[in-house]
Ligand binder design. Structure first.
Ligand code: IMP
Length: 429
């Protein structure tokens, strides 16, 4: 029986929430393996809307949920998310939530540094979520992070604090900020430890045991492949690997544990934050996509940039992430256009490219080559079978499949769970 990894195939915000929720309702365990509370997943369950940032989506339905070692964990953000959910009638317990005790923590000065650096970067600004994600991953790789397991050994924290303050105090001085207040930090950590520790354990053991028993595991990716630190539009990326390969390393299972890779892609393209975006539309078509698609960020409320579907980028995402099948979302946003376009290649200084170049200047300079197709006037909203789709919409999906060289496994036609055309069930593989 296949486990399933769900990842974004564009720049995040592809509408993962609904699909993850549907798969989570059939999984025995749901695991987050990278990122942190920069993610924003919206689930609509039983008419109620839940907004999750850090917690795995299984938590809403009570499916055992795991925050894997690859996640950077802001314990205060975790506490407020748990409290918010509790206000909506969802109780999070150590039975429903387990946190890898090797997760690196996001600390208050990481958030400060994220903001200070963004404000000082002028045109070089990344447009981060200012949640401290990048600085926390830097400390993890720099071997000075405080991890969840350290919360149980606060009396042995001094060498780690020496490493942290040696690095951060110099940085903070450069920004005119006072040194880290070690005593205040220790007090804050001691306070939050009481909340976090009941959930903390070596989760790789639970996951390996679940796998040995043939339990279904759902790996829930955050952000999207184009924001991957290696394969994305560097430097305008997040600080983790968002590709499906990370599901194994970020949770403590071997690579063979990741079975079906479901890539989520919108029927058009959006992006929040800075960075290149070849098919971006600064005109009334872009406005219309944004309005019809309600393209505002879940976490920061920022307006998303919108453009036509870019098949070159999704083909590349499918290749580097080993995507088995695509879930195409928000098809109904394209209803009513006289013409729809798909980017099938790029032009760069007189040359034609069938891939996205690596250098930021080239990425910004490519011009999309479009294929134009007749649009459809009928509504696709709520369609549950191919028979309910207009012929032109089917033609559009078939052309997308050809260009990205990857089959469409499902099509989502509204935020409602039932409004889905299922071609291939990822768990049935
Ligand atoms: P960071 O992850 O906060 O460091 O932000 C780096 C880049 O990733 C920025 O362009 C953010 O807008 C983008 N980003 C981070 N998380 C998400 C997400 O969940 N959806 C979409 N974009 C995101």
């Amino acid at each position: 029986m296949a486990n399933v990894a769900v990842i974004g195939a564009q720049w995040g915000d592809e509408g993962k929430g609904k699909i993850v929720d549907w798969l989570a309702s059939r999984a025995d365990m749901v695991v987050r393996f990278q990122g942190g509370h920069n993610a924003g997943h919206t689930l609509v369950v039983g008419g109620e809307t839940y907004k999750l940032s850090l917690l795995p989506s299984g938590i809403v339905r009570g499916t055992p949920s795991v925050i894997g070692n690859g996640v950077v964990l802001d314990p205060w953000a975790l506490k407020s998310e748990v409290e918010r959910l509790s206000g909506q009638g969802i109780t999070v317990t150590p039975e429903t939530l387990r946190i890898a005790d090797t997760c690196a923590l996001i600390l208050p000065f990481h958030r400060d540094l994220d903001g200070l650096r963004e404000d000082a970067s002028g045109a070089g600004k990344i447009g981060t979520t200012r949640r401290g994600i990048g600085p926390a991953y830097e400390d993890k790789v720099g071997r000075r992070a405080i991890r969840v397991c350290d919360l149980a050994h606060l009396d042995q924290l001094e060498p780690q604090l020496d490493r942290l303050t040696a690095h951060h105090d110099a940085l903070r001085a450069g920004f005119g900020e006072p040194p880290i207040d070690r005593e205040a930090l220790k007090r804050e950590l001691a306070e939050i430890a009481a909340f976090v520790l009941p959930f903390a354990k070596p989760v790789w053991r639970d996951l390996n045991e679940a796998r040995a028993r043939g339990r279904r595991i759902l790996f829930e990716g955050a952000q999207g492949v184009l924001l991957d630190i290696d394969h994305g539009t560097y430097p305008f990326v997040t600080s983790s690997n968002t590709i499906a390969g990370t599901a194994a390393g970020g949770s403590g299972l071997g690579p063979a544990a990741v079975g079906f890779v479901l890539g989520i892609a919108k029927a058009y393209t959006t992006r929040v934050g800075s960075g290149p975006f070849p098919t971006e539309l600064d005109d009334e078509i872009g406005e219309r996509l944004g309005t019809r698609g309600r393209e505002f960020g879940t976490v920061t409320g920022r307006k998303r940039r919108c453009g036509w579907f870019d098949a070159v980028l999704v083909r590349q995402s499918a290749a580097v992430s080993g995507i088995t099948g695509i879930a195409l979302t928000k098809l109904d946003v394209l209803d009513g256009f006289d013409e729809v376009r798909i980017c099938s290649g790029y032009r760069l200084r007189g040359e034609t490219l069938d891939y996205y170049p690596s250098h930021a200047a080239d990425q910004a300079a490519v011009e999309p080559i479009y294929e134009s197709m007749e649009g459809w006037q009928q509504s696709t909203a709520g369609a549950r079978s191919w028979a309910e789709l207009p012929a032109q919409a089917i033609k559009y999906i078939r052309r997308v499949e050809e260009l990205i060289r990857c089959p469409v496994a499902l099509v989502s036609t509204s935020p409602e769970r039932q409004d889905t055309i299922l071609v291939r069930d990822p768990f049935a593989d």
